[in-house]
Ligand binder design. Structure first.
Ligand code: GLU
Length: 451
């Protein structure tokens, strides 16, 4: 067997154990597989990690909390959802990561997200461990009062497991400023303390400027750095973005500011194609539509008279840069090939694991610039880390200060990926991000003994 086959066999053996002990958790298997493909060769060369079984420990959450969330709907009927918090790894800081409220939420999805979060948080250069949580509750179509009653019930249980030095949740899909507000209110009421236990808070009560913008801006800063390795900029670039939530909105804003033209946005029902570009005025309409009216992206096409593609994803549109900002597995191998065939050569992931393994193979084989989510979308949690710092100091930094810190963190992450991922002429950002994120956590775990 040659070296590549020996490594592949070790990856297969490792995955066989992960799959057997975590049956049915397909997204978790996918996330672990992508990471161990980078890390097993690295660990073989660095036996201190192998002997201490660091990888085997990292795929096992430190703690999983699963609870009942009962609440009353507007008609007075009883509803029951599942609540979760995965406390994955605390080697380098308190557990940190978002809460997702979406009907697809299950243990496997949250474990994949928590696993990614550990490496992502390590990449930010800030002292944060990794966690993730959420519920199969669907905020879509619920009244504000229903969302509040659900959030209060969810926090009534979660509050006993979290704290500003223990575990600091934040938002993710389905959890924005409204949900964080209701949960924070309930935490404060039960614990009788005003602390930085959640991030993504409102500006008047401990939130940080630039937190709402951070994930989208960060993914664009990361793409800007990747483009710079080829001496290119965003000026004049045509950009396809998927999603139309917080990440997609602020990615659109930053691309436009840097001179690019965003031509698509989407939601779960379809995508809009606006060849003229989504300028600041049109973006303001999207923000009102999605954040206040909570309507569908189709209304954009009706308002501005552009194409709407029902039930489809934007990857059939010709572009230079693609920013997937919707959800996991939203680009498959065929769609990745279409993107590349149409001339797309830079992909920066605003969402977590939006590309399937087949899609990633297409990017790597085509040697395009590909920034995986754990590096490219780390700006969100990085500014959460800065929010925690401001809360500890009881200070609030200016917009310029936070944005400058975010920008320099994204530059650092990019440099770190280049350091660990350069293979001759090609920068393999997948290997770079996985190894750079791993080393810091692994060294902390070694130092702290078998715990
Ligand atoms: N949910 C975001 C992520 O995937 C942010 C988490 C946070 O701010 O803690 O990284």
């Amino acid at each position: 067997m040659d070296m590549a086959n020996v490594m592949e066999q070790k990856v297969q053996d490792f995955m066989a154990k992960v799959i057997a002990s975590n049956p049915g958790e397909v997204e978790f298997h996918q996330a672990v597989h992508e990471v161990v493909e980078s890390l097993i060769p690295f660990v073989e060369e660095n036996p201190q990690y192998k002997d201490a079984k660091i990888l085997e420990r990292m795929v096992e959450p430190e703690r999983v909390i699963l609870f009942r969330v009962p609440w009353l709907n507007d008609k007075g009927g009883v509803e029951i959802n599942k609540g979760y918090r995965i406390e994955m790894n605390s080697a380098i800081g308190p557990y940190k990561g978002g809460l997702r409220f979406h009907p697809t939420v299950n243990l496997g999805i949250l474990k994949f997200l928590a696993f990614e979060q550990v490496l992502k948080n390590s990449l930010t250069t800030l002292p944060m461990g990794g966690g993730k949580g959420g519920s199969d509750f669907d905020p879509k179509g619920k009244s504000d009062n229903e969302v509040m009653r659900f959030a209060q019930s969810f926090m009534t249980e979660l509050q006993r497991h979290i704290g500003p030095n223990t575990d600091v949740p934040a938002g993710d899909i389905g959890v924005g400023g409204r949900e964080i507000g209701y949960m924070y209110g309930q935490y404060k009421r039960i614990r009788n303390e005003f602390t930085g236990v959640l991030t993504g808070k409102g500006l008047g009560w401990g939130g940080s400027l630039i937190r709402p913008e951070a994930t989208g801006y960060g993914a664009v800063y990361f793409a800007r750095e990747m483009l710079a390795t080829r001496k290119e900029t965003f000026t004049g670039k045509v950009v396809c973005i998927s999603g139309s939530g917080n990440v997609a909105q602020y990615a659109t804003e930053k691309v436009t500011e840097l001179g690019g033209k965003v031509v698509t946005l989407s939601d779960s029902a379809g995508f809009i194609y606006d060849p003229a570009g989504i300028d600041a005025e049109k973006l303001a309409f999207v923000m009102e539509l999605k954040n206040v009216k909570r309507g569908r992206i189709k209304e954009y096409a009706e308002k501005f008279g552009c194409e709407y593609h029902e039930g489809q994803r934007p990857w059939i549109i010709k572009c230079d840069v693609a920013l997937p900002c919707a959800t996991q597995n939203e680009i498959n191998g065929e769609e990745a090939q279409t993107l590349v065939d149409n001339g797309c050569y830079c992909i920066s992931e605003g969402a977590n694991m939006p590309s399937t393994p087949d899609a990633i193979t297409v990017y790597i084989d085509s040697k395009i610039l590909y920034g995986p989510g754990k590096a490219a979308n780390a700006g969100g949690v990085a500014v959460s880390g800065l929010e925690m710092t401001q809360n500890s100091q009881r200070l609030a930094w200016t917009r310029e200060e936070v944005d400058a810190k975010l920008d320099s963190i994204m530059i650092d992450i990019h440099e770190n990926c280049v350091k660990w991922g350069t293979e001759g002429e090609f920068i393999n950002y997948v290997n770079g991000a996985n190894i750079a994120g791993f080393v810091k956590v692994a060294d902390a775990m070694l130092a702290q003994g078998v715990v």
